[in-house]
Design a protein around this ligand. Structure first.
Ligand code: SF4
Length: 386
């Protein structure tokens, strides 16, 4: 019987190159594949990894807990800076203090290969958001706050289930900016219960420095999205004028904590920053600015995922009735009257289309010209860049 009854697809080969030889003994028979596992640049290859939360002393952990409670009683956790006591009321994000609202908890296979690995990323999708992106692709979760309420201890129990039953590679906290204290408390509770996999903080980058300070020592991988560059664009499309300024500050702070993305020899990311940018229709100029800024101000060795999957969603492309009225002279009646015109208008028409290849290409070219070189994507040899 042949060792391989049918040829491996390119994608299968790419995935299997991520398998450690100890878990896949057949890999030893494939010298070309084994050679590919050496594709991780040595400076980003870790022998082993212990999550940062397991290195905190008990005094440091206690300090983090009291920091978290203090934030909830005077919430300036995100740039909205509501200053409310969340035990008594809510701010812009509409989420209180005792619990976090969660929509879905599950192993997720829709992330980058180095995050989802073989068994998936243990994703926790939080409901609510501190941005109001008009094109949000998770708007039922982010804007409508569907979901169930979990205390930090209940969240911690779910992390353990994901680790022990789901066998996932990490705990991936998706849209957690407005529930950082609850998240910090849940990580500390989970560490006492035996959690031992890295924490991924999957954020829009609309985080305050105080919030990132609370997360320092608890998060292993930051997965920030840098969405748009211009103030007028963020005001119109994200409903946050100070978005780009905040994102610049917070991405620098994240990188100062954990550095460039590093992997163990199985190709799974363990620590560092993985920066995402979703190229938007007609906004490729802003994408190019973002790439230049990242290379010049964060790191040329930053691991970057330039994403192409934009599609119109949420409010984009929806029809809206617009009524215009004007005065007009009515001949022979000695006066004037009001004329009413009702028209249908497409909302946010400028981003109501898919992204073109040339727009994507121009952002990629700008990234390379700026000196960035670590990109998430399939390379010319059929494996993923590490
Ligand atoms: S996390 Fe919520 S309550 Fe706190 S500042 Fe941001 S929007 Fe306001």
């Amino acid at each position: 019987m042949s060792l391989f009854p049918r040829p491996l697809s390119q994608a299968t080969v790419a995935l299997r190159t991520l398998a450690p030889a100890s878990k896949a003994p057949w890999i030893a028979f494939l010298p070309h594949i084994q050679h590919r596992t050496l594709g991780i640049p040595p400076q980003y290859l870790l022998d082993d990894y212990t999550p940062r939360y397991n290195l905190l002393t008990s005094i440091e952990a206690a300090q983090k807990r009291s920091q978290a409670y203090a934030h909830l009683s005077n919430c300036n956790l995100c740039p909205r800076r509501c200053g409310v006591n969340r035990y008594k009321t809510t701010g812009v994000c509409l989420i209180g203090a005792e619990t976090a609202k969660v929509n879905v908890i599950a192993p997720h296979r829709g992330e980058e290969p180095c995050i989802q690995g073989f068994h998936g990323s243990g994703s926790v999708f939080f409901s609510g958001c501190n941005l109001r992106c008009v094109f949000c692709q998770n708007h039922d979760i982010a804007h409508q706050r569907n979901g169930f309420d979990l205390t930090p201890e209940e969240l911690a129990e779910w992390y353990l289930k994901l680790q022990d039953t789901g066998n996932v590679h990490n705990i991936n906290l998706v849209t957690p900016e407005h529930v950082v204290p609850q998240v910090a408390l849940s990580i500390l509770a989970a560490r006492d219960m035996g959690l031992r996999i890295p924490i991924v903080y999957n954020t829009s980058s609309f985080d305050s420095l105080e919030s990132l300070d609370l997360l320092d020592g608890l998060v292993d991988i930051y997965l920030p999205d840098f969405k748009v560059w211009n103030t007028s664009t963020s005001k119109r499309l994200l409903k946050a004028e100070d978005y780009a300024e905040t994102a610049r500050e917070s991405i620098k702070a994240m990188h100062a904590q954990v550095g460039d993305l590093s992997f163990t020899s199985d190709g799974i990311a363990q620590r560092g920053v993985l920066l995402r940018h979703l190229v938007m229709p007609g906004l490729e100029g802003e994408g190019r600015e973002i790439m230049r800024w990242l290379a010049g101000n964060v790191s040329r060795d930053l691991y970057v995922h330039i994403m192409e999957q934009y599609h119109p969603d949420a409010h984009v492309g929806k029809k809206r009735r617009v009524t215009t009225r004007r005065r007009k002279i009515v001949e022979g009646r000695g006066g004037d009257a009001e004329e009413e015109k009702v028209e249908e208008e497409v909302r946010y028409a400028e981003i109501n289309r898919a992204v073109r290849d040339e727009e994507l290409g121009s952002v990629r070219d700008a990234a390379v010209e700026a000196g960035l070189w670590r990109f998430c994507g399939v390379n010319e040899k059929g494996m993923f860049h590490l």
